[in-house]
Design a protein around this ligand. Structure first.
Ligand code: SF4
Length: 365
């Protein structure tokens, strides 16, 4: 290990010198005539430029060496990929086989989404795989290239084979890719109007994550209220968070079922003070008090119900889930007055939506 360690230390020192030299060359030969010069100390463009060209030279050095020792181009790609994966693994990335939804560039105003399995472990003949459109001369490969926005196309798998230490995939035009270079396996293309509820929630969560953190809690909570009402075909709903300062339950997005609701809307919240014993009480507080999800077809039949306040619009059925982050209760989502009777499946759907809202509260509160 001594020789290896010594050589790596030498290389680190050489890299540092090369980096310094490149910074100086940029400064002497290019930066003086560049309009960005006055801000380069703040934008750090010189540091970025130097780092990029040095990194590219390093990659090129390895690539050229591998090709010179007569390793086939496709195997070189597999090797480079394996190096990248090892690097990610050492840094803590798990690179598991995972299914993701990804929006395609919208044409003709149709919202189209791709469901893709990334980091596939196995493929079979006929699978539709997504492969790079471009010559394979970049160091980002597989799912990393997919999320980095490299152009791709779909192709059918003709053959899968193992050679040396790597798996390879042959596609319809006889092109061969290392398995690790595959951007992903296409599971389906969906238009928003024809998605299953699970797919719709996956897409919804992607939209929400894309909004964070540059949105207000009210903006994002309104979307949750609309989404859960739409999916659970419910006329009314209520989305609340627990104030981290004083543990009050604060309704931030809600249907207007009393005359006071408009006033609360203008204030921006409907606040229910936590009681001295730390509970919230009533049917509305039941999920917060117990951490449990539930639904009732007749609200007066529930043991926690103590009746609606005067002037409250009627509520027949009621479904409530706590918003939890691990064991911590961060908020609550409630719906009522559905078009079809609530059931256990509706609770599961609401819990899935609540788990996305938990992430929002964790980030925004
Ligand atoms: S962009 Fe920055 S690094 Fe590049 S030439 Fe201009 S000042 Fe120099």
């Amino acid at each position: 290990m001594g020789d290896l360690q010594n050589r790596l230390i030498d290389f680190q020192n050489e890299s540092r010198t090369a980096y310094d030299d490149i910074m100086k060359i940029l400064e002497d030969k290019y930066c003086w005539k560049c309009p960005m010069r006055s801000t380069s100390d703040k934008s750090r463009c010189r540091e970025i430029h130097s780092g990029r060209v040095l990194q590219e030279a390093f990659d090129e050095g390895i690539l050229t060496h591998l090709l010179e020792v007569d390793i086939d181009q496709v195997e070189v790609e597999a090797l480079i990929n394996r190096i990248l994966k090892k690097k990610i693994k050492r840094a803590g990335g798990n690179q598991r086989e995972t299914t993701i939804m990804m929006k395609l560039d919208a044409e003709q105003n149709i919202d189209r989404w791709l469901k893709i399995k990334i980091n596939p472990r196995h493929l079979k003949m006929g699978d539709k795989v997504l492969v790079s459109d471009k010559a394979k001369n970049h160091s980002l490969l597989g799912s990393y290239a997919l999320v980095a926005g490299f152009p791709f196309h779909a192709a059918s798998v003709k053959r899968i084979f193992h050679e040396g230490n790597f798996w390879y995939v042959e596609i319809e035009n006889d092109e061969i890719f290392p398995l690790d270079s595959i951007f992903g396996v296409m599971i389906g293309i969906f238009e928003e109007d024809y998605m299953s509820i699970e797919e719709e929630i996956d897409v919804f969560s992607l939209k929400i994550v894309a909004m964070l953190p540059d949105c207000t809690l009210k903006e994002v909570s309104d979307l949750f209220l609309e989404k859960i009402k739409q999916i659970l075909k419910s006329e009314s709903g209520y989305v609340a968070f627990i104030d981290p300062e004083n543990r009050d339950s604060v309704g931030v997005s809600f249907s207007h079922l009393t005359e006071s609701c408009q006033m609360y809307e203008e204030i921006g919240e409907a606040r229910f003070k936590v009681l001295n014993d730390g509970s919230y009480g009533g049917l509305l507080g039941y999920s917060l008090d117990t951490g449990k999800s539930f639904y009732v077809h007749d609200i007066s039949s529930h043991s926690a119900a103590h009746g609606l306040p005067p002037g409250h619009d009627p509520v027949n059925q009621f479904l409530s889930v706590p918003v939890k982050w691990k064991d911590q209760i961060l908020g609550q989502i409630v719906v009522g007055n559905p078009k079809e009777d609530y059931n256990k499946n509706h609770v599961k759907i609401a819990e899935k939506i609540a788990s996305i809202y938990a992430l929002v509260l964790k980030i925004l509160l």
